[in-house]
Ligand binder design. Structure first.
Ligand code: C5P
Length: 248
């Protein structure tokens, strides 16, 4: 089946504190969004990439992701035929709205959609392929899940610091991206969420939770430590050290 990847990069990066959107911040000379696009293309399973960018920075994003990304050797200056075509769209006010805008741009031929965050620039091509393979094997919604090594507690809502639950760590997973979906199921989940959002303050933080809200099953495949999220400047430093040490 034809597979598209939605690469979300329309966040302001306010927690990161840079003058440009976080996805444009350089890691070893390459913007985070370009690292992520390159690994999506290298997976060999993606036919089209749609990048969501902040409206005010569309031109900058176009210059760093180009019109196509080579499958093998990184960013392409060459025409579409040389690699995976890249479309750009302005994101929305929330991550959910940004993904919705990207879904609206997909051609009818797309049957499988991967949703990936530019904030996870080093998620390996093998992880992308693993998620896509699980969707192709018949799972309508697939997420990478990594084991939890810390003890996790649940505290009260509204910042109440009292511990209200001690969940069993062995049954918890850290959810990463890319997440993979049957296209029709993801469209349905976003349409339902767009209706709910009218009276709900917070948008969902990922796409699989929107599918779960429909009562549909979400399947977990093994995650990858390299798919860690870059939130604060410290995370960028760690990514740089890992790349330089040849760990990633
Ligand atoms: O804010 P958070 O870290 O959860 O954002 C996750 C991803 O969603 C980031 O890659 C960010 O660029 C993207 N995003 C988006 N549109 C928004 C907000 C976030 O595409 N309005």
């Amino acid at each position: 089946p034809r597979t598209a990847a939605v690469l979300t990069a329309a966040g302001s990066g306010s927690r990161f504190g840079a003058a440009v959107p976080k996805a444009l911040v350089l890691l070893e000379g390459l913007p985070l969004v370009a690292h992520a696009a390159r690994r999506l293309a290298e997976s060999g399973v993606v036919d089209l990439i749609v990048v969501t960018a902040p409206e005010a920075f569309l031109a900058e994003f176009r210059s760093v992701v180009g019109r196509s990304v080579l499958r093998s050797s990184g960013l392409s200056e060459r025409p579409e035929s040389a690699g995976v075509p890249v479309l750009l769209t302005a994101g929305g006010a929330s991550r959910q709205a940004s993904v919705g805008a990207a879904l609206a741009m997909l051609p009818p031929s797309i049957e499988v959609v991967l949703v990936h965050d530019a904030a996870r620039p080093l998620a390996p091509a093998a992880l992308v392929a693993r998620v896509a393979a699980a969707v192709r094997a018949g799972h309508g919604a697939v997420i990478p899940g990594a084991a939890v090594t810390d003890t996790i507690v649940q505290v009260g809502s509204d910042g109440d610091p009292a511990v209200v639950a001690n969940p069993d760590r062995s049954a918890l997973r850290i959810v990463q991206t890319p997440q993979g979906f049957d296209r029709a199921l993801l469209d349905r989940a976003h349409a339902a969420a767009a209706h709910r959002a009218v009276d709900e303050a917070a948008a969902a933080t990922d796409d699989a939770s929107l599918v779960a809200a429909l009562g549909e099953q979400v399947h977990v495949v093994p995650g990858d430590p390299d798919a860690f999220k870059i939130t604060a400047p410290r995370d960028l430093e760690l990514a740089q050290l890992a790349l330089r040490a040849g760990l990633i």
